[in-house]
Design a protein around this ligand. Structure first.
Ligand code: IPE
Ligand code: IPE
Ligand code: MG
Length: 252
């Protein structure tokens, strides 16, 4: 049985403060370039923003924060940038996990981890295990993640477990095999850095998510910018396929 209501089969609640915020953290390279710094300096500063977002989301009562850190297509970048990003990820895990644990944060990593080296994979397993019982914010980092990979991987998982379902399965059969099965679908999606695209992030899960794009580059994104995104979300009318009139009738 699915843990959360699917937006295509039932109508989920639309909480005032989004329960789940998913963010494409974009613009690190341009932030650095504007300051005549190497791109990696932008990634380094981006980690500061991650810290601030985790803190702010905890304070605001957001239950799930999902951050896109490395896409399945980011391997196409120059080898030294890729290797710097991997090192940064490992260092972040080493440095931050105990703090996250102290703050009751549950850490999850989603994506195809098979391409990561053994040391990194071990850190991920340990960090998830250590924080698994925490019931404050759930922080998910998407690393070597791709929305299409997620769906293909789920289909593979379902068919392995239930060969009889090949060619004959429903959305709810597949959902437990998707990488974010433990979370409700995002209420609010934010992309910093000005691009207006999904870049193969959570394709399945964003079906009815409110989308918000901002020009602010990730290292400059701060609490006020997050609050502005939430305010924009609060003004939206989430219809999930219904008419506006139906919503007004339901309220009266
Ligand atoms: C986002 O910033 C971080 C990653 C994709 C890892 P970018 O590195 O894409 O920054 P821009 O888009 O080049 O400015
Ligand atoms: C998306 O950013 C991926 C992450 C933020 C991890 P990109 O900068 O890689 O996206 P594109 O290539 O501009 O679409
Ligand atoms: Mg980019």
């Amino acid at each position: 049985m699915a843990l959360f209501r699917s937006s295509t089969r039932t109508i989920p609640a639309s909480p005032e403060v989004p329960r789940h915020i998913a963010i494409i953290m974009d613009g690190n390279g341009r932030w650095a370039k504007q300051r005549l710094l190497p791109r990696i300096a932008g990634h380094q500063r981006g980690v500061e923003t991650v810290r601030e977002m985790v803190k702010t989301c905890r304070q605001l009562g957001v239950e799930y924060l999902t951050l896109f850190a490395f896409s399945s297509e980011n391997w196409r970048r120059p080898a030294d940038e890729v290797s710097f990003l991997m090192q940064l990820f490992l260092k972040m895990l080493e440095r931050e996990v105990s703090k996250l644990h102290e703050n009751n944060v549950r850490l999850k990593i989603i994506g195809d981890l098979s391409r990561f080296d053994e040391q990194l994979r071990q850190y991920i397993t340990d960090a998830e295990k250590l924080t698994s019982a925490n019931d404050g914010l759930t922080l998910t980092i998407a690393a070597n993640y791709g929305g299409r990979w997620d769906i293909m991987h789920a289909v593979e998982g379902l068919w392995k477990a239930h060969p009889e379902m090949q060619g004959n399965f429903a959305e709810e059969d597949l959902e437990p095999y998707l990488s974010m099965h433990y979370a409700p679908e995002p209420d609010l999606f934010i992309r910093t850095g000005g691009e207006q695209r999904i870049s193969n992030f959570l394709l399945w899960q964003l079906a009815y998510t409110e989308l918000y794009f901002t020009e602010i580059l990730w290292p400059s994104f701060d609490r006020a910018a997050l609050e502005a995104a939430i305010q924009s979300y609060q003004k939206r009318e989430r219809r999930f396929g219904r008419t506006s009139e139906q919503l007004t009738e339901n309220q009266s």
